[in-house]
Every structure is written in C-alpha cells, then in structure tokens.
Write a protein that binds this ligand. Structure first.
Ligand code: 4NP
Length: 163
C-alpha cells in the first residue's frame, strides 16, 4: 500500500469549522474509494473548548446533508508539525499562529490556507467563523468546506499537489 497522506485541519476552537472539514474530507475520500490513502484529524489554535464536542448547530446542518460526526476538541501541539504532511488553516489568523509554531521546526511549507482549494474563492479568503451569527452562516460554511475539501482531494488525486 502506498504511504498515507496525513492532513490536519485547524481553526480557533476546534468545535465548528475544523471538525467539519476533517469529517467532510474523509467522507469525500471514502466516496471516491480512496479513504484508506488518507489519515485526517483536526485541532484548534486555542484551548478555549478543549474536550468539548463539535458545535451542535454545525452538526445539525451537516446531518441534514447526510454527514454525521462526533469528537472532542484538542489544541494544536508542536508534535503535529512532525506527524502531519499538511496543516490546513481555516483563516489568516490561524495561519499566522500556525506559522509561528511551524517556524521553530522549519515546517512552514506544511501550512496551507483552506480556501486555496475552493474553486469559488481567492486563496486568502477565510472560511468565516459563524459562531456569533444565525443558521445561514453555518449553511454557508458547510458549502465552503464541502467545496474546499473536494478541491483539496482533487488536487491530491491528480498529482497537481504533491506533499
Ligand atoms: P471554530 O469556531 O474556530 O470554527 O471552532 C469558534 C469556536 C469558538 C469560538 C469562536 C469560534 N469562541 O469564541 O469561543
């Protein structure tokens, strides 16, 4: 079997955006018949919600689209830069914080922005944080994460992106 690609999705709290990205990517890879080629996880740059389950509003939107998941929030650790091939930030603030950690180990090249893989965005666009808004924000984030994960999977599968 060829080597697995290890991907870590990262947001601030690891309860809204990055858990969905983790499970969305695995779901799309499974559907494409290549689930075993990847090992995915998610984490937060903050410790605000460590141990908590993914956000119920985001999970409700995902479930209505047929995607169910669970988990517990954890914070990014220095070891993650060694263990993962790609570390994907949901927005510029999280990317900056990841780069500060990555540069200590010369792993800046592993840090990417999520919407660089969204066919309907420019690479610096954030996956917006829907925390303080209404359900429409969660619906929008769901679609952004679905498109970005599909774009990432396609780029890895086509060989356009090598890690
Ligand atoms: P996440 O969303 O970074 O996508 O998990 C947030 C979760 C919690 C907070 C903000 C964003 N918060 O302010 O507690």
């Amino acid at each position: 079997m060829s080597k697995q690609t290890h991907i870590l999705f990262v947001c601030l709290g690891n309860i809204v955006r990055s858990p969905l990205a983790e499970h969305m990517f695995q779901h799309l890879a499974n559907e494409a018949g290549v689930g075993d080629r990847f090992s995915v996880d998610s984490a937060g740059t903050s410790a605000f919600h460590v141990g908590e389950s993914p956000d119920s509003r985001m999970r409700r939107v995902a479930a209505s689209n047929g995607l169910k998941y669970d988990g517990a929030s954890r914070q990014v650790e220095n070891d993650d830069f060694e263990r993962f091939d790609m570390i994907i930030a949901m927005d510029g603030d999280n990317r900056r914080n990841l780069l500060l950690m990555a540069q200590k180990q010369n792993y800046e090249h592993k840090v990417h922005l999520m919407r660089a893989f969204d066919s309907q965005a420019i690479p610096t666009d954030p996956v917006p944080d829907p925390w303080y808004g209404g359900m429409d924000g969660f619906e929008k984030v769901y679609k952004i994460i679905e498109r970005s994960c599909q774009g990432l999977l396609d780029a890895l599968q086509s060989g356009e992106l090598e890690v």
